[in-house]
Write a protein that binds this ligand. Sequence first.
Ligand SMILES: [Zn+2]
Length: 73
Amino acid sequence: MVNGRGSRFRIGNIAGHDVYVDLVMMGIFALFVLWGRTREEMALGVAWLVGGFLSVLVHELGHAEAIRRLKHR
Ligand SMILES: [Zn+2]
């Protein structure tokens, strides 16, 4: 992320990795919902938000796990 630590908050811990959500990123994802003009379009936006969040989460956990494994060789 391009911002400092002030705009993030911890949402939990997955497999020993602290997970933080960045409010700037969530704001960008929220645009997918807010761009919808109808209920259906907004529901599609929510689906993109959830799918985007989960794919970024899995991707970043991959980085975290790779770093952990390289450290413990
Ligand atoms: Zn990456």
